[in-house]
Design a protein around this ligand. Structure first.
Ligand SMILES: NC(=O)N[C@@H](CC(=O)O)C(=O)O
Ligand SMILES: [Zn+2]
Ligand SMILES: [Zn+2]
Length: 463
């Protein structure tokens, strides 16, 4: 990989200078076996065993049998900085990520200005490091201004301080077949990933909801499944021919699952994510015309929801990604067709996975580690994330209380915007501690003291 922050030597220095120790008492790695103690020194796991003694001055966390997992990695997040700091900043989004159990997030390029130059991607990386709550990896745009015509300078972004390794026009589809072909060829030569927002815009003109009986009854313009599936199929073939790695953002239909299954069977380097909202919610939500339920791709039908859950459990869909998409109240609390698409996700993702897959018995905690941490880290090739919980490994960890239940309220979330679709819902499981390179970044619902954001004022009046 290009980029400076992921070379082995640099990584080594980052993991040897923290001088901090954390001691986790009575935790169950992957929810398996009897509780053990985990001693963390200088950013790495020093020792795992029963009845260990904490180092002098160590921060001791009483696990009481809670579940220890590798830190979560979100490969699809919108942090809105630069441009819409009234809805989210790198600071507030990092806090939400840490509270949600994340140790690395990938910030999408659809900011203002667009992250289509190294100036912007380097800023996002550096600002994330300054805040220090989670590694914020910038995603670079595939095309200049997300306009879909001229390729952005992917090489310059990849070799900048931000070390961009994922490119996406997310929010827009790279819909022109020739532009997508060239992008995949360029990406193959740089060995970077193209993450596609699969939506044929010719089939979604004016669409605001899933095309089906619900939208027909409610008089909402429909987005057909084929708008997504036709692009997934086309891109799989283009990636095959380019020898490129392709990632499918927010898979939302049963047909996409079958196409990804087919492409993987052909040996095509394709991976796919699903969002928490697409494995919990369906288009029956639209009955209220509440703009909070508007999202791209749209909430589909129950049969799609069930197919996506199965695909995640059996590995056809590789991972969960939040597509955390903060929006201001005035952009959400309006006529459904005018509401901006997108929902918050960072602080509720684990709970949705537990509610939809773990509690019903379709995924164990090993599986949670796979879909929330290991596979996403592998897809974006982060060498220090999604690692085994073992002595000598980087201490990027998340501690989860599986038994607690909590009720979601938008204003109580760390995000500046409040557009959670889970308002007033009681959900299972909560992150009780997040550890990044051996430092606790969140504990018991509070983020660690960190440097206040420069010029970051919360949106007036909405909080
Ligand atoms: N998912 C959404 O509905 N919205 C995203 C863009 C995107 O992910 O396509 C946003 O940036 O708001
Ligand atoms: Zn998208
Ligand atoms: Zn997105």
């Amino acid at each position: 990989m290009t980029g400076s922050h992921d070379t082995a030597t640099h990584l080594h220095s980052e993991y040897s200078e923290t001088g901090e120790s954390v001691f986790l008492r009575d935790v169950r790695p992957y929810g398996e076996g009897d509780p053990v103690d985990v001693a963390i020194e200088n950013g790495v796991i020093a020792e795992i065993g029963a009845g260990l003694t904490p180092a002098e001055g160590a921060e001791v966390i009483e696990g009481r049998g809670q579940i220890l997992l590798p830190g979560f990695v979100d490969i699809h997040t919108h942090l809105r900085e630069p441009g819409r700091e009234d809805t989210e900043t790198i600071d507030s989004g990092s806090a939400a990520a840490a509270l949600g159990g994340y140790t690395a997030v990938f910030a999408m390029a659809n900011t203002d200005p667009v992250a289509d130059t190294a100036v912007v991607t380097d800023h996002v990386w550096r600002r994330g490091r300054e805040v220090g709550l989670v590694d914020v990896h910038p995603v670079g745009a595939v095309t200049v201004g997300l306009a879909g015509t001229q390729l952005a300078e992917m090489g310059a972004m990849a070799s900048g301080a931000g070390g961009v390794r994922v490119f996406s026009d997310d929010g827009h589809c790279v819909s022109d077949s020739l532009v997508m072909r060239r992008a995949l060829e360029y990406a193959a030569s740089l060995d970077v990933l193209i993450a596609q927002h699969s939506e044929d815009p010719r089939l979604t003109d004016g669409a605001v909801a899933h095309e089906g009986p619900t939208a027909a009854r409610l008089g909402l313009a429909g987005w057909p499944r084929a708008a997504e599936e036709s692009i997934v199929a086309r891109d799989a073939l283009l990636a095959r021919d380019a020898g490129a790695r392709l990632h499918v953002c927010h898979a939302s239909t049963a047909g996409t699952v079958e196409l990804v299954r087919w492409a993987k069977g052909q040996g095509i380097a394709i991976t796919a994510e699903v969002t928490p909202h697409h494995i919990l919610l369906d288009d029956s939500r639209l009955e209220t015309y509440d703009g909070v339920n508007r999202v791209n791709p749209p909430l589909r039908e129950r049969s799609d929801v069930l197919a996506l859950r199965r695909a995640l459990a059996d590995g056809v869909i590789d991972c969960v990604a939040t597509d955390h998409a903060p929006h201001a109240e005035q952009d959400k609390c309006c006529e459904f067709a005018l509401a901006r698409p997108g929902m918050l996700g960072l602080e509720t993702a684990l709970s949705i996975v537990v509610a939809t897959l773990v509690r019903p018995g379709d995924l164990d905690w090993r599986g949670v580690a796979r879909v929330m941490s290991e596979r996403p880290a592998q897809i974006v090739r982060l060498g220090d994330q999604g690692r085994p919980i073992a002595a000598g490994e980087p201490a990027n960890l998340t501690l989860v209380d599986p038994d607690v239940e909590w009720t979601v309220t938008g204003p109580a979330l760390a995000s500046i915007a409040d557009n959670t679709p889970y308002e007033s819902m009681t959900l299972p499981a909560k992150v009780t501690a997040t550890i990044l390179r051996g430092r606790t970044t969140a504990r018991d619902g509070q983020v660690r003291n960190h440097e206040p954001t420069r010029g970051h004022e919360r949106a007036g009046g909405t909080r």
